[in-house]
Design a protein around this ligand. Structure first.
Ligand code: ATP
Ligand SMILES: Cc1cn([C@H]2C[C@H](O)[C@@H](COP(=O)(O)O)O2)c(=O)[nH]c1=O
Length: 213
């Protein structure tokens, strides 16, 4: 059996990840692959508990505690959901993965990049997404969209300066991983972002087919 694939969506809060993830699931199902949709932090019983803790406005924690909890949730996610699904030949689509830790905990909170690299190696070894779609939006637009949908959580209540740093962190990851990471302009109208995502997916799909021949 062919191994499955791992695709992640990234972006600051309100970039449009959840919206495009739903489309992506339909797209992959139409190609005949079995899709597992998941999210970080979360995706497992333990991970969802950690998510509740991490997003709860009432908690304050050291930035490194936050980073460690994100990677703890990820370890569980890999073990219980992501790796078993890929081994079955399913495709896993996750709303966020480790690029978020570099953007939010690294650039946003100031956790040393080298410490995050060590955590990433420890938890993931050589495992990375096959494709990451980073949806880029200006900070103000992301905030407006989040505010129109729900009450802000612990991250969404952060300052514009925090989100500017997070965005810079994502762009640094794109610079480091240009093959794996594709940028979409999430400030465009929804149908235009979707068309761009469809283009990225068709290209990825054809490439996979060529490699598997
Ligand atoms: N390109 C777009 N144009 C207009 N509205 C959009 C666009 N993309 C997303 N939205 C809207 O913005 C809101 C937030 O989108 P969505 O929940 O998908 O973002 P998200 O990145 O998943 O946010 P979060 O990280 O906070 O969960 C939704 O109401 C969605 O319909
Ligand atoms: C995986 C991951 C996530 N975060 C932050 C980013 C978001 O504000 C929340 C998750 O909520 P959403 O539903 O995706 O908006 O968690 C983080 O700071 N570090 C991480 O590694």
């Amino acid at each position: 059996m062919q191994n499955g694939k791992f695709i992640t969506l990234e972006g600051i809060d309100g970039a449009g990840k959840s919206t495009h993830l739903a489309w992506l699931e339909d797209y992959l199902c139409s190609k005949g692959v079995k899709v597992v949709v998941t999210r970080e932090p979360g995706g497992t019983a333990v991970g969802e508990q950690l998510r509740a803790l991490l997003l709860d406005q009432r908690h304050t924690m050291h930035a490194e505690t936050e980073a460690l909890l994100m990677f703890a949730a990820r370890r569980e996610h890999l073990d219980k959901i992501i790796l078993p699904a890929i081994q079955r030949g399913d495709w896993v689509v996750s709303d966020r993965f480790s690029d978020a830790s570099f953007a939010y905990q690294g650039c946003g909170r100031g956790v040393a990049w080298e410490k995050l690299v060590l955590l990433e190696q420890w938890v993931q070894e050589d495992f990375y997404p096959d494709l990451t779609v980073y949806i880029d939006v200006p900070v103000m637009l992301g905030r407006e969209r989040v505010n129109s949908v729900k009450a802000a959580d612990r991250f969404e209540s952060e300052t514009d300066a925090f989100f500017d740093r997070v965005r810079t962190g994502y762009l640094e990851r794109v610079r480091q991983f240009p093959q794996r990471m594709q940028i979409l302009d999430g400030s465009l109208p929804l149908d235009e972002v979707r068309a761009a995502l469809a283009g990225v997916m068709e290209h990825f799909w054809l490439n996979q087919a060529l490699h598997e021949k």
